[in-house]
Write a protein that binds this ligand. Structure first.
Ligand code: GLA
Ligand code: ZN
Length: 693
């Protein structure tokens, strides 16, 4: 792993502004390429990801390389003091490669070999694909490694998907052999005696398939783990020549996030992947101005994902793609309203992004993305609304370069575990089954997260491999899959003085998705002082209620029926056969406390419940308060706290400064007092830390 501290990226003083640039689509239009350079300056952009899908322009037939065009592009970007994030082109394949070596084509779960076309669809095991990637990556590193404008490597594009070809099956079986050693250990982990699915030999194991095995949850989990490991293995292969030839150039690969639900792309274990990259980056595409939720609610979902990507490495990340206007793949591709581009850009910077980059710089002329928003539209103009909005963001970023590298001081964390999401979506029980959204794990994490976001309290979205002891409060809802290791980790955290909150569905299965025998695990009984004896799943219109603190709160979807064995009962159920039994509990364990919420509730309960923690732990220390719908987020470095006050409503709002602060975008010093905010308005304030909290 290189030390990014020593790298050019850390010496770059600017926040990155720019995006995916695909000059390879325009090589027959030299006047357009010349315009690009002029327009880049007008747009106040400084960084471009190039050659992402340029393999056929770089190697038109096998071994026939063309770098002249890319030399010119990079040199021209350098002339305007721009950076290049150079991509390895493996995200899409040239036709000659598929034609000569069909093994590079993926095989789907139905065991059908794909035809050439599309993208992001190569076999991660194929030795030929690996060889060809190594050749082109080596050439890129040798040729461009010393270009001063080379800022970073962009590895492939949005890694994802799986291949079920014979090569991948073989790798999967080898992976299983390493993991289990002998087939009987695997049989036990997969509970394969069920439906007579016992394997005699590793050679009989096949990846899950709709035309074959799909009911062994140990197998489906392992397959997802394998796909993740195999993708990372391929990535390692991609970066090997880059590390060797350009050890000082940091490496990123663009991760994905599903803002709507919201959760990070679930096809890969990003907690593992994060350890292999120098800088985290992701592609953010919220559906602004939709007709089913408020702007404020959507902003909190975007914030949840930004906080997840920030927490992966505990350092600022990059938004590597976003749209300046609209995408072409939402159900409705709506234009950003005036003000939204600035607001949505700052919404990412506020949560730890050191960039605002776009897909894409120039709108394609043809093919599937010809109507996808871009900085430069088909009119080639710097005068249209979108272009001017982008330039305004560029100018704003030029006023706040000192924010680069500043951190977010979170004392609260909500735990997101992708393996838990995998196991829950397999579980045919509770609600529905087989879908990431049926049981609403990500939505529930977000609901708990929101209680803090709404109060402007910094919060991390942490993965289970991380050290928890730095947090005052850890919230781990719906932790269905709880291994001995995780239980131990949680116990140690509470014992050492931490506060832990969990909910219904806690502690059901181990890491193989085998249910813990003997009921609710002893370790969790000790920590929480309770025992979950049943879980009731409700129809969508069913309602129970939790009586807590003299109030009654709606309970729905899931009600865990619990018995206490040491915990104090704080709240009880109002109805049904478990009426008056414990619904909310608290237990002292070691130096800390473990709290349990038995049922799914609305925001009102979560707000009141977490308010107690916020008061007790002194978590709220912002020097800016504001009306509903305004979010105030902070970043800090050794010297200053930077407050981002963002009005995520369509109405004017007011904010109150408790002390004098500099408004960085207007340059004005504002005295303490009440100020008006415009609809979608955003202000960035700087406050000397000594005067802060
Ligand atoms: C993804 C891809 C880009 C582009 C955008 C469109 O993020 O990485 O190449 O297709 O989607 O929104
Ligand atoms: Zn394969």
């Amino acid at each position: 792993m290189i030390n990014p501290i020593a790298s050019k990226y850390n010496n770059e003083q600017r926040l990155l502004h720019g995006g995916d640039y695909n000059p390879d689509q325009w090589l027959n239009y030299p006047e357009i390429l010349a315009d690009d350079i002029e327009l880049m300056q007008k747009a106040h952009t400084n960084t471009f990801s190039v050659s992402i899908f340029a393999w056929s322009a770089l190697e038109s037939t096998e071994g026939n390389f063309h770098f002249d065009w890319l030399d010119k592009i990079i040199e021209n970007i350098a002339k305007i003091d721009g950076n290049v994030i150079l991509a390895t082109p493996s995200g899409a394949r040239p036709a000659w490669l598929s034609a000569s070596y069909p093994e590079v084509l993926r095989v789907n779960a139905r065991r059908e070999r794909m035809l050439h076309g599309g993208r992001h669809n190569h076999c991660f095991s194929s030795p030929v694909y690996r060889e060809k990637v190594e050749i082109i990556n080596t050439k890129l590193a040798e040729r461009y490694g010393n270009y001063p404008s080379l800022l970073m490597w962009h590895i492939s594009n949005e890694y994802g998907g799986e291949c079920h070809c014979p090569l991948c099956q073989e790798n999967f079986r080898n992976w299983l052999k390493v993991k289990y050693g002998d087939i009987n250990t695997l049989n036990h982990a997969y509970w394969s005696a069920f439906w007579s699915h016992t394997y005699n030999d590793f050679s009989q194991v096949e990846s899950p398939s709709p035309i074959g095995e799909s009911g062994l949850h140990g197998l489906t989990l392992d397959w997802k783990r394998f796909v993740s490991d195999q993708t990372i293995n391929f990535y390692r292969h991609e970066i090997a020549p880059l590390r060797k030839i350009t050890p000082n150039i940091p490496i990123t690969t663009n991760f994905m996030g599903e803002v709507t639900n919201p959760h990070p792309f679930a096809g890969l274990d990003y907690a593992k992947f994060a350890k292999e990259v120098d800088i985290i980056s992701w592609d953010a595409y919220p559906r602004w101005h939709n007709d089913y939720e408020t702007t404020e609610f959507l902003a909190s979902k975007l914030a949840f994902l930004n906080d997840y990507f920030r927490t992966l490495k505990d350092i600022p990340f990059l938004v590597l793609e976003s749209t300046p206007s609209m995408v072409n793949w939402h159900p409705v591709n709506k234009a950003k309203r005036p003000g939204m581009h600035m607001l949505s850009s700052m919404a990412c910077i506020a949560h730890g992004s050191d960039s605002m980059m776009y897909f894409q710089w120039r709108k394609s002329r043809g093919s599937s993305e010809k109507l996808h928003g871009a900085v430069v539209d088909h009119d080639n103009s710097a005068e249209n609304r979108v272009f001017k909005d982008v330039a305004a963001v560029g100018q704003a970023l030029e006023k706040i370069p000192e924010i680069k590298g500043s951190k977010t001081p979170a004392k609260v964390a909500v735990l997101y575990d992708v393996e838990n999401l995998w196991a829950l979506s397999d579980a045919q029980g509770y609600h529905g089954g087989m879908d990431y959204n049926d049981k609403k794990y990500p939505q529930t994490l977000h609901a708990h997260y929101r209680a803090f976001w709404k109060r402007d309290i910094p919060i991390d979205v942490v993965t289970k491999d991380k050290n928890l002891t730095k947090y005052d409060l850890v919230i781990a809802p719906m932790l269905y899959m709880t291994s001995e290791e995780t239980m131990e980790k949680l116990a140690v955290y509470v014992e050492g003085g931490g506060r832990l909150v969990s909910t219904y569905m806690l502690g059901v299965a181990n890491e193989n998705d085998l249910v813990h025998l003997g009921g609710f695990p002893q370790k969790l009984r000790d920590v929480f002082g309770i025992r979950i004896v049943e879980t009731d799943t409700l129809y969508p219109k069913d309602r129970n209620a939790i009586m807590w603190g003299g109030k009654q709160y709606e309970a729905f979807d899931y009600c865990a029926i619990i018995e206490t064995c040491g915990a104090r009962t704080l709240g009880t159920y109002a109805d049904d056969f478990y009426s008056r039994t414990p619904a909310v509990t608290m237990n002292g364990y070691g130096e800390g406390f473990a709290h349990f919420i038995g049922a799914r509730t609305n925001e009102d309960f979560l707000d009141d419940f977490y308010n107690i923690f916020i008061e007790k732990l002194g978590l709220s220390c912002s020097l800016i308060s504001a009306q509903d719908g305004v979010s105030v987020q902070m970043r800090e470095n050794g010297e200053n706290i930077y407050y981002f006050a963002m009005n995520f409503t369509e109405k004017g709002r007011q904010m109150t400064l408790e002390t004098e602060m500099q408004d960085m975008l207007s340059g004005k010093m504002l005295q303490s007092g009440i100020y008006d905010m415009k609809p979608y308005g955003v202000h960035i304030f700087k406050n000397n830390k000594l005067k802060g909290c």
